[in-house]
Design a protein around this ligand. Sequence first.
Ligand code: ADP
Ligand code: MG
Length: 687
Amino acid sequence: MSSAFSISMDTSLRYLKGVGERRGAQFARLGIATVGELVRNIPRAYEDWSKLTPIASAPFGEPCCVRATALSAPAEHRVRKGMTLYRFQVSDGASRMRVTLFNNKYAAAKIHAGEEYLFFGTVGGDFTHREMASPLVEPAEGGQRIRPIYRQTEGLTTRMIEGCVARALEALGTELDADPLPAELRLRHSLSTRRFALENIHFPTSSEALAVARRRLVFEELLILQLGLLRLKGRTRSANAAVMAADYTEEYLGLLPFSPTGAQRRAIADCVRDMQGQAPMSRLVQGDVGSGKTAVAAGVAYTAIKNGWQAALMAPTEILAEQHARSLSSLLAPGGVRVGLLTGSQPAAEKREILARLAEGGIDLLVGTHALLSEGVNFAKLGLVVTDEQHRFGVGQRAKLAAKGVNPHMLVMSATPIPRTLALIIYGDLDVSVLDELPPGRQPIETYAVRGDKRERAYNYIKKHIAEGRQAYVVCPLVEEGEGEGDLASATEYAGKLAAGPFRGYSLGLLHGRMKPAEKERVMGAFARNELSILVSTTVIEVGVDVPNAVLMVIENAERFGLAQLHQLRGRVGRGKYKSTCILISDAQNEEAIRRLKVMCSTNDGFKIADEDLKLRGPGDFFGARQHGLPDLKIADLNGDMPLFLEAQEEARSLIAADPELEEPAHRPMAEEVRRLFDRVTEQGLN
Ligand code: ADP
Ligand code: MG
């Protein structure tokens, strides 16, 4: 046998003893490909086999661990075809209990009379006797410990994973002592070594050791994340290359058809002050749907442009980019601002013309989608980058757009549904202005959750409002994630049914993600001009669409949407002076779904909804790389680990301040971990 091959963190898991091709493929399904990923795959829970419970005092209905001697070998009872029971009595010295194993010949064969075992399971029975059905069984010797439970996949049980982890930790040997966190840093934050943490997160010697191990790993995870984010944001410390000498806000306000809210005024002033400061602006404007973020962005852009700079505004969807281009152009053109639009699906000739004008400074404000990031998009003098509904963009994308200018000012607009805790992480060291005031005259949207049998009444309610000149959205059932063919077919069919049935004689439009941009634009335009009374749509209208005359929204299969998404959808109504209503149709039975819909009916507050969403879904989901362009947190729990997060953030800041590129020998291993964590994400974020 040759064991000259040495195992490191980056070794493919297939080379670990006892894994091989087949099991390697099973691990791959859990997202584990290397030895390092295996040992960093932390248990999702633990079974405490270390605390023993006497049979007599075992709580009913709760799992516990009993140490007892088998009084006989298991007796086999064939109950019926395919069902064999193995029964035996055990004693812990004071009391007896009957143990039953179902169809488990393998486990039964390992039980010998007179030997001592640990039985982990739930005790049942009554006053006359106690019993434990299908417990987990281990020999008493060495079994009395806290055992890890892992996420499993078909063919790969938690016990198999446990065995592989044990072998991996052993095979890693001295590799485990290479600690990415310098000893001095560990000392300052009372953190254990990596070896201790990895050994004890899997095989804790006590619950205290487990807590110490977890704390170390959470700190490391949050520190590496923060280091990565700070490096992405490194540009914020550079000098302000686009100082805006004059403030054109008053002139801008003269162009607005309404008077701004106090919050809008304050946010614009914050931004202008930033742009006049020492460093480029990095500001987040957070405001619930309908709070008027566009008017803020336009005001900031106006001052930048009047100071001789170009501005870019990036929106997450074509519909939104087109809407912004349309409304910003009509608002700002009287002030002499030239607005251009760039989207992925524009005809090539049109695009060429826009790009040429942009490069020679003939466009002051370029509005667009991801297309703004493409090569060949060259600004003459880019001074301000605005991203709307930022949570749709990766951190990397924001950086990429910024790179088209020399340290341009950055303004990020976000509809609130990001809880404060997450905002802290995602936006790290952005300054924040909050639009905590809605434009005057807004009435809260009334929301009702109803069953499918009330659909007819919902339709009649729509008709009544259309008769009064208003308009309505109907969001069709969500088929699958994304906007695939199935979605298209079902949206078309659904709209067809409405047009032929309950809404015969009404003017309906259909909007879905697979339509050509020009066609989308046509439908949106017609709806905005009230040529269509009802817009049937998939979730493409979710973000930002603004038609104040639309006062009703019906959402089919509401239980399939996330809370934040429902809030965004609902935000399409209640944008004008009319009372608006949202009707959530759902036949969902399960408690969680019902609870979520209740949340929607009880509040219009985006912050509250976001917090509820976080509670219901857990941070993992909310924080998914797909939504935020950030790595998933594997260990940290953003609700419980907030103090540790702040400690790690502080440390990350001082590390980056002292050694921005993490080049010092003691810091290089951390830089390596940052690279490992962000590689995957940046790739995704930039595509
Ligand atoms: P969001 O913050 O959701 O992006 P918008 O910028 O789309 O909101 O604004 C929502 C609607 O409110 C738009 O129709 C806009 O013209 C209008 N609006 C914005 N600010 C004011 C204001 N101060 N007074 C009246 N209406 C406003
Ligand atoms: Mg908006």
